[in-house]
Design a protein around this ligand. Structure first.
Ligand code: ADE
Length: 247
């Protein structure tokens, strides 16, 4: 019997394609509009899929992978907006904890608390996180050539709080307010904390890796599709590949 697979959820088609290209003869099934690809990646049993955008898409995708594919844990890879002052475009963030910044059932429960769990910050798994961090540190030592072409500084790796919500944050006013409300937040995205909530309910390990694509402010981004194709996707593929070899 084969081992339970690790679920790898990509936020973007480019990232999924980069990982899928490394899987030898994947089998696929489509459930609830999601193609789930099963196979071996660097010798590990995996199921790869695309998430869709937002917390509901992430919760649905995570539940499908757990219930239909019997995954033993989940790893999310995507891009995020930098919130922490030290977090720059091109950097890599590994979530230590995740919080839903748009969850607010106050005054019944404290702001940001997930009432089901009695927690504001949802944990990630120490072993998955350590493998991702070590892999990321190795990859940023020899980043894709496009990092320089985009005029970005040498990427750094950060670990800490990542916040999720059903909004693409694209104004300085909003990102400043979010950073003031959650001063420890390193990055903002739209899925990770929802995946973490489902994993907590099933007592399964999860981890989230994000490449910083923007500063969540009103500055027009460098060429976003090119950034995804030439920086974020290759970094994600390298980091996830190396991390799998370390697990
Ligand atoms: N993903 C990438 N950049 C983001 C942003 N600024 N807000 C939310 N999700 C993101």
């Amino acid at each position: 019997m084969s081992a339970a697979p690790l679920g790898i959820v990509s936020a973007l088609p480019d990232e999924l394609a980069a990982l899928l290209a490394l899987v030898d003869k994947p089998t696929s099934a489509t459930v609830a509009g999601r193609a789930l690809y099963r196979g071996h990646l660097h010798g590990r049993e995996v199921v790869l899929t695309l998430c869709g955008i937002g917390k509901v898409a992430a919760a649905l995708t995570t539940t499908l992978l757990i219930e239909r594919m019997g995954v033993r844990g989940l790893l999310f890879t995507g891009v995020a907006g930098g919130l922490g002052a030290q977090v720059r475009v091109g950097d890599v963030v590994v979530a230590r904890t995740l919080l839903q910044h748009d969850m607010d059932a106050s005054p019944l429960f404290p702001r940001h608390q997930i009432p089901d769990l009695g927690l504001e910050e949802l944990p990630t798994d120490g072993a998955l996180r350590a493998a991702l961090r070590a892999a990321a540190q190795e990859v940023v030592r020899r980043p894709p050539a496009a990092v320089e072409a985009f005029g970005l500084q040498a990427p750094a790796v950060h670990e800490g709080l990542v916040v999720s919500g059903d909004r693409f944050v694209s104004s300085s006013a909003e990102s400043t307010a979010l950073a003031a409300r959650l001063p420890h937040a390193l990055a903002v995205e739209m899925e990770g904390a929802a995946m973490a909530q489902v994993c907590a309910a099933y007592a399964l390990p999860c981890a989230v890796l994000r490449t910083i694509s923007d500063r969540a402010d009103d500055q027009a981004h460098v060429d976003f599709p090119r950034f995804l194709a030439e920086v974020a996707s290759p970094m994600s593929r390298e980091i996830v590949g190396l991390a799998l070899q370390r697990l």
